[in-house]
Design a protein around this ligand. Structure first.
Ligand SMILES: [Zn+2]
Ligand SMILES: [Zn+2]
Length: 257
């Protein structure tokens, strides 16, 4: 059984499925995807997302504000704690720091990340962390404000092995997306080779970043299969072994209440 540990089910292109999310989810299940974590990017969209996907037994949800949405959707730890009490919420995020697309909101991003870290402390919910071109600040904020007993995941990882190692030391998991299948991603494939299997997760980040051979098309959860397949190849494991281990890891990190 495969688990897509990070996707945005409320933002998918449903055109090939005649606008029917049920049909898209069925296509994922038909390829062995047994669970999906639908990740929130800001509060106004959280409400719509919650309404659209919280009824599915095989869909978990998170609540949080993406670092590129902090300015239009500021949030406090108290708000996050309150929203996280809803049925089906298994994590906080995605939060974190993205200095690649946005450098002038650094301070606001950091503050928002700290609110998520505080909410994680008080709820015990793990964090889904988005980090891009912000290695030192991401690790430093987790160290300073994170709860050593409550881990999280660095999602859609594209950084160095050195950063991955620091995350592992903090008890974090590292999640890889279809980016590992891209032709120019050899350095990242090397990080996958080094990553201990018991800390590795897989995801699509759909609708973004479709893996090879679907690159250029809209991504969807069924393509987590291609991510798992490449991880298996890089690790010298079977697809089944990768599916089982990453599903175990998912269940260790995220508990449905
Ligand atoms: Zn992200
Ligand atoms: Zn995402």
């Amino acid at each position: 059984m495969l688990i897509d540990s990070h996707c945005h089910l409320d933002r998918l292109d449903l055109t090939p499925y005649d606008g029917n999310l049920d049909a898209l989810l069925r296509a994922a299940r038909d390829r062995g995807v047994s669970r999906m974590l639908c990740v929130s990017i800001d509060l106004p969209q959280f409400e719509q997302m919650y309404e659209a996907v919280s009824g599915y037994a095989d869909v978990d949800l998170s609540v949080g504000v993406h670092p590129l949405h902090v300015e239009e959707s500021p949030v406090t730890a108290e708000q996050l704690v309150e929203l996280s009490k809803r049925q089906g919420i298994v994590a906080l995020g995605e939060t974190g720091l993205d200095y690649y697309y946005q450098t002038d909101s650094k301070a606001a991003q950091q503050q928002c990340f700290v609110e998520h870290l505080k909410a994680s402390r008080s709820t015990g919910l793990p964090l889904i962390v988005h980090t891009r071109d912000a290695r030192d600040d991401t690790i430093a904020l987790i160290r300073e404000h994170g709860d050593p007993q409550v881990a999280g995941v660095l999602h859609c990882f594209t950084e160095s092995w050195q950063m991955a190692e620091q995350a592992l030391e903090l008890g974090y998991y590292v999640s890889f997306s279809g980016i590992i299948t891209f032709r120019n991603a050899e350095a990242l494939r090397e990080v996958v080779r080094q990553m201990p299997m018991e800390r590795l997760l897989i995801e699509t980040d759909a609708p973004y970043l479709a893996p090879v051979p679907h690159r250029g098309k809209k991504n969807e959860p069924q393509y987590v299969y291609e991510v798992a397949q490449l991880v298996a190849e890089l690790k010298g494991l079977t697809l089944q072994q990768v599916a089982d281990q990453t599903a175990d890891n998912y269940r260790t990190l995220f508990h449905r209440r």
